[in-house]
Ligand binder design. Sequence first.
Ligand code: NAX
Length: 326
Amino acid sequence: MKAPVRVAVTGAAGQISYSLLFRIASGDMLGKDQPVILQLLEIEPAMNALKGVIMELDDCAFPLLHGVVASHDPMVAFKDADIALLVGARPRSKGMERKDLLESNGAIFTGQGKALAAVANKNVKVLVVGNPANTNALILSKNAPGLNPKNITSMMRLDHNRAMTQLANKVGAHSTDVKDVVAWGNHSSTQYPDIFNATVKGKKASELVDENWLVNDFIPTVQKRGAAIIEARGLSSAASAANAAIDHIRSWVLGTAEGEVVTMGVPSDGSYGIPEGVMFGYPCTCKNGEYTVVQGFEINEFSRKYIDITYKELCEERDSIKHLLG
Ligand code: NAX
């Protein structure tokens, strides 16, 4: 039997976690032979709700669940964590500007960065889900001395998965027939879902659809999918977001399949003309617990225009919280 992996999850009583925790505990994320210990962080007023979630985890009698820790103190919840899924964040309330949201979440992610650096495993793999995810991840990274900045990532996989299915549906294929889509940039309505490198059953996707569909249907549908789900469900996406978090970590830890490319929000490194200093959705492959940004994807004039817009937004977000970047 393998030694248990310690998985910290924040926002553990929230709606994404209500899907996420049960799938981690059942082995969907790290494999059916990998025991886990869940280390759950919530704010004090939500501790009672969290107690209920833990009762339900108990009631599943998961063979792979080797322990649950619950705390409102990050120094407890992050202790020796091997993986940290940072889902908890302050939602946007009425009248709140984007800048105010960045600021109030900034305070959460500076504190959590410091706590992770102080008590987590030095090689902890971090995925930031809480919005604005890319900039929260950047803030965390700048406030976590001693942790490898490459190990701090943000979630773009939901956007990637959305793009795969939209394209598959359009051409009458299955999402598994689709390869090499990318959701470039920010997890926001400026993200750029790109099909110019993609194939469907080996055929170039750009030859199967026209530009009018791309501009007026595909790109806005993927960009605004979160809002459409809120409109339909009255609540933001939760099960699909949990699924994307599971996909992100599973790819990173267990590797991508031969020929599989996934989108991860990772520190920009100059690839594709994006200077260092933002957390950017890039095409990645993973092997032996490490990701690599795929090089050589074609960026045509059409794509460059969209990539520049999402990069500009990330720079604006970063510049509005400069004082939090250490
Ligand atoms: P909920 O409001 O249901 O849950 C959030 C939980 O976080 C609450 O229980 C709250 O008490 C807790 N929390 C707040 N501050 C905390 C702190 N400092 N430490 C620990 N816990 C804290 O939101 P939910 O629907 O679960 O969404 C969570 C976050 O994911 C939101 O920021 C949301 O915008 C973001 N999303 C990100 C996505 C992505 O692709 N990156 C997609 C889905 C989702 O919209």
